[in-house]
Design a protein around this ligand. Structure first.
Ligand code: ADP
Length: 502
């Protein structure tokens, strides 16, 4: 092992405290993997009202955060990641965080998210300074923690505790940048001197993520392809030019999956455990999902599945358009999701036309998600953009063949069924390119044909299940990135010290 590092990871969600998507799984699994490698890693999260009381630990200190001239009071608590000896700091402020959902209500963002996450960002830095434990590197994630990177490089640039702190900033999704009207800038506590196109200004608005991109020592995103894509106008959402200015500090590290939670051989949520060598249990899991979804027991037709946030980015409308075609051939579909109310209605309405073949379950249900990966034959993911994607990796691990659009992490994790890939034992899924219902329809027809070819189907299931998708590889890449950030910071400081003075 390289020498042990002290790493502070800051995120807006982490399993099992609170989860809305893949970020939560990453913020739980990465610290665990780093801890197993001997690093002293700690995690900081907001203390949401919906976090179970048994996970909230004990209050350790108070916080007085003054960003815009008024003091906001809060506290910080200390707990542990369950089953792993990783300390977790929870930043408390009931006014901001005593809410069930971390970001929104009925699909609409809370109006005070800017204040909430600025308070969180600043509160984390004050709480950690109180502990006296000084990390070697601070790792922020997504727009919610972007202000933290900016505070470290402005308010706290000369702070005795935080001065010269190396930072890594991970973009899990460029689709959420933390954009607000510019008149809200004073509420962040940041000065107008930062409101220019090389920092917080974005087409006349305040963009929190831009600040982190400007200041972080190293930036990464969650797959190599996505790291390349976001530097192009098609995927850059207006930030491609700015990201290109940091090209040499921008890398991609593909997420892993946590096999202690996502393993069909041990998963307690599924009806029967199974492995690549003993696949029989998967049939029982299929029957169980058909029961849960109120669909007839059919072995002879494939069961397609979706587990997702229902947002445009995930190509849900393409599924709605394409589904009639594969349902007409007799296939079944089970869809679990929640999100955009319009997409919820669209999916439900389309599904209602096929009551004996489609089951749409609106909501968020973690155990059911496990059962669906286990029971499904195919998993559909036609994302318009996909930074990494975990669901296709869970599908691979559970032998549900992913049908994906070639973008971002989907391109980096799923290998298309071509004769050459099949011959080499590499084919694990069905990949298509255009973001159209026609292309998705063609891919689902390939799936229908594949379902008739049991030998190839089984070979592909096994290839996916045997892939090493563990966090060990990804966390080793993070350690290398942390070390790069530390080295780069040392060099920068060395360059600013005048040896003649000493
Ligand atoms: P994203 O982070 O963009 O939502 P990912 O594929 O990276 O997408 O991660 C999604 C995570 O959220 C997975 O763990 C998936 O199982 C879970 N998930 C998404 N929607 C639901 C749902 N409705 N019920 C249960 N789990 C869900």
């Amino acid at each position: 092992m390289t020498h042990p590092l002290k790493i502070l990871i800051v995120a807006a969600e982490a399993t099992p405290f609170i989860k809305t998507g893949g970020l939560a799984d990453v913020a739980q699994a990465l610290p665990g993997a780093l801890h197993r490698q001997g690093h002293d890693v700690r995690l900081a999260l907001p203390c949401y009202g919906s976090i179970p009381a048994s996970l909230k630990g004990t209050q350790r200190g108070t916080l007085f955060v003054n960003l815009d001239g008024t003091t906001q009071y809060g506290a910080w608590r200390e707990t542990r990641l369950p089953d792993v000896d990783v300390p977790v700091y929870l930043i408390e402020n009931d006014h901001y965080f005593w809410r069930d959902h971390p970001y929104s209500v009925n699909g609409y963002e809370y109006v005070d998210n800017l204040d909430r996450f600025c308070f969180f960002s600043r509160g984390v830095l004050d709480a950690v300074a109180q502990t006296g434990w000084r990390p070697d590197v601070v790792h922020g994630n997504d727009w919610h923690t972007a202000p933290l990177i900016t505070y470290l490089n402005t308010h706290l640039a000369n702070h005795t505790f935080w001065r010269g702190m190396p930072t890594v900033y991970t973009i899990h999704n460029l689709g959420y940048q933390g954009c607000y009207p510019k008149n809200l800038l004073p509420r962040t506590g940041l000065g107008w001197d930062l409101f220019h196109p090389d920092c917080l200004e974005f087409y006349g608005e305040l963009n929190l993520m831009k600040g982190a991109i400007a200041f972080a020592t190293k930036i990464n995103t969650v797959s190599r392809t996505y790291a390349r894509e976001i530097q192009t106008p098609a995927y850059g959402l207006g930030l491609d030019g700015f990201l290109r200015t940091r090209k040499k500090d921008l890398t991609g590290i593909k997420n892993g999956i946590d096999y202690s939670l996502w393993n069909p051989q041990t998963d307690p949520h599924i009806t029967a455990n199974y492995s690549p060598d003993k696949l029989a249990g998967k049939q029982r899991c299929k029957r169980a999902v058909q029961d849960l979804a109120d669909l007839p027991h059919r072995k002879d037709v494939p069961l397609f599945a979706i587990v997702t946030r229902l947002v445009w980015e995930k190509g849900i409308d393409l599924i709605v358009e394409a589904m009639d075609s594969f349902l007409r051939k007799g296939a079944q579909l089970v869809a679990l999701g929640s999100g955009d109310p319009h997409l919820e209605v669209a999916l439900e309405t389309a599904g209602a036309r096929w009551p004996d073949q489609v089951s749409v379950i609106l909501g968020y249900d973690e155990p059911l998600a496990h059962s669906i990966y286990a029971g499904a034959d195919f998993f559909i993911m036609p994302s318009r953009s996909e930074p990494c994607g975990l669901t296709q990796m869970y599908s691979l691990a559970y032998g549900a063949i992913p049908i994906v659009r070639r973008t971002g992490g989907l391109a980096d994790t799923v290998t298309d069924l071509t004769p050459a890939n099949l011959a080499k034992g590499l084919a694990t899924g069905l990949v298509f390119r255009p973001a159209t219902a026609e292309a998705l329809t063609r891919a689902t027809h390939r799936a229908l044909r594949l379902y008739e070819d049991l030998k190839t189907l089984t070979a592909m299931r096994r290839a996916g299940m045997r892939e090493d998708l563990s966090w060990e590889r990804a966390s080793a890449e993070y350690v290398a990135l942390y070390n790069d950030a530390i080295d780069a910071t040392k060099k920068r400081y060395a360059a600013t010290v005048d040896p003649a003075k000493w």
